[in-house]
Unconditional design. Structure first.
Length: 262
């Protein structure tokens, strides 16, 4: 029960959607630095290639690009087909790709709901369904394949900002993850969610620029998340140490959600 065996992910095959930037990039780097073979997929092909180039320079594991626009169902299918040509097994699927839309209630458009719910919720199911055969090929009773869904504390609390579709999509994702945990657990595939608080990312950049001090003051730990925080949580869930965790929603927010305010 040494650390390298208990928490190791060496030679595991991992797919990270949206793995070229932000939280996805943090996760991708964590797996590559610990010897995994990581596939990065997002619609920004140049960003995928650049991320892979930088990650491969770190050594230990490797990074590979399969660009895809997940708003398009056909691209999801092509990505799954391409991965199936390259790999017979997928040990870990990390559903990280997401979008947001902030606008006042009175003008919040229907198009925002379609856009955000499609990527943040519908495509998580689409991609997971398409890749289930590869996950099944890697799964064993003692070391199941893993699905790790990147949710948000805004799917648990009521957010301060007017991001109606985003918070609803993440709440839906948390429950979808539990439904998948029940259904796919019978196939030796676990499904868990990280409800993330604030991390440095393109999505959070404007908010952190204006409100970082306030956000940090609301967290009992007094800071925003670091790359090590989210990568470490994923490495735990993806390793033998996390093999018996199924259907969980883990808040990764420094305690922000449980901080009482008068």
């Amino acid at each position: 029960m040494d650390i390298s065996t208990l928490f190791g992910v060496k030679d595991k095959v991992v797919l990270v959607t949206g793995g070229a930037k932000g939280i996805g990039r943090m996760i991708s780097e964590g797996f590559v630095q610990n010897g995994a073979k990581v596939y990065i997929s997002s619609r920004d092909a140049k960003a995928c290639e650049q991320a892979c180039k930088e990650l491969n320079a770190l050594g230990k594991g490797s990074a590979h690009s399969i660009p895809a626009d997940f708003y398009k169902e056909e691209d999801c299918k092509k990505m799954a087909e391409e991965l199936g040509k390259r790999e017979k097994k997928l040990h870990i699927l990390i559903n990280n790709s997401g979008s947001n839309w902030g606008e006042p209630y009175d003008t919040y458009p229907n198009s925002a709901w379609t856009r955000v719910l499609t990527l943040n919720l519908h495509r998580v199911f689409t991609i997971t369904q398409l890749l289930t055969p590869l996950l099944e090929n890697a799964a064993t009773k003692s070391d199941p394949s893993r699905i790790i869904n990147i949710g948000s504390i805004d799917g648990i609390r009521v957010p301060a900002f007017e991001t109606f579709a985003y918070s609803a999509s993440k709440a839906g994702l948390h429950h979808l993850s539990r439904v998948l945990a029940n259904h796919l657990g019978r196939r030796n595939i676990t499904s868990n969610t990280l409800a993330c608080g604030p991390f440095e990312s393109k999505m959070m950049a404007a908010t952190l620029k204006k409100f970082k001090d306030v956000i940090e003051s609301e967290a009992p730990l007094g800071r925003i998340g670091s790359p090590q925080d989210v990568a470490g949580a994923c490495l735990f869930l993806g390793s033998r140490a996390g093999a018996y965790v199924n259907g969980a929603t883990i808040t990764l927010d420094g305690g922000t959600v449980i901080n009482a305010k008068l």
